[in-house]
Write a protein that binds this ligand. Structure first.
Ligand SMILES: Nc1ncnc2c1ncn2[C@@H]1O[C@H](COP(=O)(O)OP(=O)(O)OP(=O)(O)O)[C@@H](O)[C@H]1O
Ligand SMILES: [Mg+2]
Length: 329
């Protein structure tokens, strides 16, 4: 006969077994708790920056194919890689070769060009992550960068600036979706018009891709770093003045023109850096235009070329902006 074991019998057995078991002291095992090391988070991994890159169509995860060895030594490698991968994917660049210059706001790299571009090398200007702190309103940010007082001096963050920024932002926010796009757009407009600027190829997110001036490892020097032959002085000045005029005709003022933003290569000049360009339709931009001319004149003065900068600026302005002679101060 099979004895039916009741639930109580079973429990009794268990209790007995437990009572008879020799007592053993075992350390209490706690579930393993991993202490997360406080990790320094870089600005590029900031959620806002990543979201912004996504919005700009930048693929944040990198395909293994684009992994330039050059980047292994770079502190900002993930940021640079996520910025430049789209240019690789679009078959514009093949590789990153070296840093041309690392400035406060951006780093310029020399890249080998995809053969389809018809060029050997390309320059890419990659803005730093900290430039994206004003992600919420690029247009405001751009306008903030370009505010100047009556003398054309850049004005930083005081009440006058805020007043002017609001005014210009209102007028231009609708058109200017991003100041990097505006920089690229200005360069493209001027290149098409025949101004001596590097041919712009693309912009994506925080990077502007353009023709590289120079040879590998040997970028064109700035005008400030070369010594001109006497015979080149006047033709180069006239060339720059013609470029300034052509830009004006095409509705743009460089806004930061000087020997620091002009490359010299094989006897020719190339104007770069349109980050501070302004539209000629803005109010009160004559001083900015005049200052560009004044700086160019000042540079050539050292070679004995005497020109009246203000008069030149006023003449060009009257010729092309005729109805707005009241701007001239
Ligand atoms: N297309 C180019 N070909 C060769 N070199 C270039 C090119 N574009 C820029 N550079 C180099 O990179 C430097 C920085 O470029 P750019 O002036 O556009 O940036 P930036 O933000 O004003 O930097 P910085 O504050 O250092 O002037 C230039 O001074 C020049 O030496
Ligand atoms: Mg510059």
């Amino acid at each position: 006969m099979v004895k039916k074991i009741s639930k109580n019998d079973y429990q009794d057995d268990l209790d007995r077994e437990e009572a008879e078991r020799p007592v053993r002291w075992e350390p209490i095992r706690r579930p393993e708790v991993r202490v997360k090391q406080a990790k320094k988070t870089s600005y590029e991994s900031n959620a806002d920056v990543q979201r912004w890159l996504k919005e700009q169509g930048v693929e944040v995860s990198q395909p293994a194919a684009f992994n330039p060895t050059f980047l292994s030594s770079q502190r900002d490698a993930p940021w640079i890689l996520s910025s430049l991968t789209p240019l690789y994917d679009q078959e514009l660049i093949l590789d990153i070769l070296h840093v041309v210059k690392s400035g406060k706001e951006a780093t310029v790299f020399c890249c080998s060009a995809h053969p389809d571009t018809g060029l050997d090398y390309l320059a890419v200007k990659v803005y730093r992550p900290r430039m994206f702190r004003s992600l919420k309103n690029d247009a405001d940010y751009r306008n903030n960068r370009t505010q100047r007082d009556e003398q054309g001096r850049v004005v930083h963050g005081d009440n006058r600036l805020r007043g002017v920024a609001r005014k210009t932002a209102r007028g231009h926010a609708a058109r200017v979706t991003s100041w990097i796009e505006y920089e690229f757009d200005t360069q493209r407009k001027l290149f098409q018009a025949g101004v001596h600027v590097p041919r712009p190829l693309a912009y994506v997110g925080n990077a502007v891709l353009m023709e590289y001036v120079g040879t590998e490892g040997n970028a064109a020097p700035l005008l400030r770093d070369v010594k001109l032959d006497a015979a080149e002085v006047e033709p180069l000045f006239e060339c720059l003045l013609a470029d300034i005029e052509l830009s004006l005709v095409n509705g743009r003022i460089h806004g930061d023109l000087s020997e620091y933003n002009i490359l010299y290569w094989q006897g020719a000049v190339t104007i770069i850096d349109f980050a501070q360009a302004v539209d000629t339709s803005h109010d009160e931009v004559f001083p900015i235009f005049a200052r560009d001319i004044e700086r160019v004149c000042q540079y050539f003065e050292r070679y004995g070329l005497e020109r009246d900068a203000h008069q030149l600026a006023a003449e060009l302005w009257t010729r092309h902006m005729g109805g707005r002679t009241e701007d001239i101060v």
